[in-house]
Design a protein around this ligand. Structure first.
Ligand SMILES: [Fe+2]
Ligand SMILES: [Fe+2]
Length: 204
């Protein structure tokens, strides 16, 4: 699905800019750049990327797949969008480097859960229902300018990883797992899917 491919391309870019932000925080980058990172996060990451996930993808997922919005994976994803938005505002106001580190770690985990759990699950289920595409929108001039700002920051600060931050695929590594969300299978799978899955496990 083209929309999901576009989201994944944006993930790669946002993931790298999160690494630039992490280097900025770790190595004492120019304090003036806090505002530039905050602008990239508010206008491109939140205003363009997260806003399209919330407004274009999630309503189709709720309607077509009949999965809940107020609990489970979709709640976790939307809560993180709100948290990232508020932390980005805080970064812009304060230039606090701990806030910057926290934003980078949340973004990395958020992207991992969308790429490895939410999107594959959604794509497969929508395909089975015959939904091949979801309408997208193009970035505004302001959103394109924010993307260019992100590219400039990426040039200035080579992405740096946090060696303490574990990355990986699936629900087990997700910080919401077991207290906010029971995992995609428990939250979304129906009886038939479980039986099919257990049957296949049994065979092979
Ligand atoms: Fe997201
Ligand atoms: Fe995303």
């Amino acid at each position: 699905m083209e929309l999901l491919e576009r989201f994944e391309e944006e993930h790669e870019f946002i993931d790298s800019v999160a690494g630039s932000l992490y280097r900025w925080a770790e190595e004492g980058g120019d304090p003036e750049d806090a505002g530039r990172f905050a602008r990239f996060l508010a206008v491109f990451a939140a205003g363009f990327h997260h806003a399209r996930e919330d407004a274009l993808l999630i309503p189709v997922v709720v309607r077509e797949l009949e999965v809940p919005l107020e609990t489970g994976p979709l709640k976790v994803i939307q809560d993180e969008h709100r948290l990232l938005e508020s932390l980005s505002g805080e970064l812009g106001r304060t230039g606090d480097r701990d806030v910057a580190r926290r934003i980078a770690r949340i973004l990395w985990e958020h992207i991992d859960k969308e790429n490895t759990v939410l999107f594959p699950e959604v794509e497969e289920r929508l395909r089975r229902l015959g939904v091949r595409e979801i309408d997208d929108r193009e970035p505004s001039a302001e959103e394109s300018a924010a993307r260019e700002l992100g590219e400039a920051l990426l040039e200035r600060y080579q992405p740096l990883e946090d060696p303490e931050h574990m990355r990986g695929a699936g629900c087990i590594i997700c910080s919401a797992y077991s207290h906010e969300c029971r995992g995609i299978e428990a939250e979304w799978w129906n009886r038939w899917e479980w039986e099919d899955h257990l049957g296949r496990d049994h065979e092979g």
